[in-house]
Design a protein around this ligand. Structure first.
Ligand SMILES: [Cu+2]
Length: 386
């Protein structure tokens, strides 16, 4: 990676040179480390800020996390817990969106999977707080809404508090993109957010697994697309994370109801591959690899700390997160339209929704596991805390 901020070439000049070819997009707001549009960036990487971590287009590979760019000279972006942010993207070929031709090439690779996440440790661990499927990114829309969780604790540790955007494209080379914004967070909670790892893929040898997310149904290319899917916006704004209403002992035993019997941190026994160690998660077994993009508004508005009706008993430790729909519920007939049933309450992400007489299997996003809230509703909840 080479930083050429010292060159005399001006931002505009250089980017108009680049604009002869197709150029990827980057996050624009919140302002990104290493970005020419970020006045507080410690370096400004005119040439390679928009390339994936894989490198390419004359750019060397960049390290994970955050492309290796140093933290900003000055951190000026402050978000409050509960705040809703409109994320914006940037593409050097489109200096003026208002007059830009929507059919021009923004190298969006037909969109794909965008995840927005907070990190409190400089990008080692993450809590995904918003996900956009199929249509993201797209510079022609400036309302990619992301909600900072109500229970996000404060963070004022320069270099450690990060708002991350990662993108896995739908079409083209399998690549992993990430931009990081240095931020400060102001919250009330004293409890850390649970880890909800970003999808780590398409960056071998670090993230070995290769995935191809679904793309924008509106077009197959690089022109202006459909914009944020309504169901994604809804889910992102409704998403609540972690034990919330019940913070008493904060730790395990005290409020098992929020975690099912998952024994969220009985580390000794059931430790699964452990997303706790970011390095161990080279993606090969990331739960995200099986995530389907049809994750509609699954994320039910918080598990209202309701009486999780003894979900357990069927949590067989041997029962590893099974894939997609190879289970007996899939396609089974059902009678209560809209009723949702966890496939393995408390232990895997899948749940069945009765859709016009037939069970359709879906999955909680990320590493969330399904918990049965009432006989006909479920909540996607977390089992680990940072
Ligand atoms: Cu590309």
């Amino acid at each position: 990676m080479k930083f050429i901020s010292a060159l005399i070439i001006t931002f505009v000049t250089l980017f108009s040179t680049i604009s002869l070819v197709s150029a990827h997009s980057s996050m624009l707001y919140p302002p990104v480390r290493g970005h020419p549009k970020n006045p507080n960036a410690a370096v400004q990487d005119f040439a390679c800020i928009i390339t994936p971590l894989n490198g390419g287009g004359g750019c060397d590979p960049k390290p994970f996390p955050c492309g290796g760019y140093p933290m900003d000279k000055k951190i000026v972006t402050t978000f409050q817990a509960g705040q809703i942010i409109d994320v914006k993207f940037f593409n050097p070929n489109f200096q003026n969106i208002k007059t830009a031709n929507p059919n021009n090439d923004q190298a969006r690779h037909n969109g794909g999977l965008c995840e927005f996440a907070l990190s409190y440790d400089g990008g080692k661990t993450y809590t995904v707080i918003a996900t956009y499927h199929k249509t993201c990114p797209d510079i022609f829309f400036d309302n990619w809404k992301v909600k900072i969780p109500d229970n996000a604790p404060s963070c004022d540790n320069p270099g450690k508090c990060i708002f991350s955007w990662s993108w896995i494209n739908a079409v083209g080379n399998r690549e992993f993109y990430q931009n990081c914004a240095d931020i400060k967070l102001v919250g009330n909670s004293t409890e850390p957010l649970p880890i909800i790892d970003i999808t780590r893929a398409n960056l071998p040898p670090l993230f070995k697994n290769i995935i191809t997310p679904e793309g924008d149904p509106k077009n197959t290319g690089n022109a202006k697309g459909s914009g944020p899917l309504a169901e994604d916006v809804k889910a992102n704004l409704a998403l609540t994370i972690g034990p919330d209403s019940s913070k008493p002992g904060s730790d395990k035993g005290s409020n098992p109801k929020n975690k099912g019997s998952k024994g969220s941190k009985s580390k000794p026994s059931k430790s699964k591959p452990s997303p706790n160690n970011p390095n161990s998660n080279n993606g090969s077994n990331s739960p995200d690899t099986t995530r389907k993009s049809n994750s509609s508004p699954v994320t039910t508005p918080e598990q209202d700390s309701s009486p999780v009706p003894t979900p357990e008993t069927n949590r067989s430790p041997a029962n590893t997160p099974n894939q997609g729909s190879n289970n007996s519920l899939d396609g089974a007939s059902c009678s209560t339209n809209g009723a949702m049933t966890c496939v393995n309450a408390g232990s895997t992400s899948e749940f069945a929704t009765c859709d016009n007489g037939k069970q359709v299997i879906r999955q909680c996003p990320g590493v969330l596991v399904c918990q049965q809230s009432t006989p006909t509703t479920i909540a996607c909840n977390f089992s680990k805390t940072r």
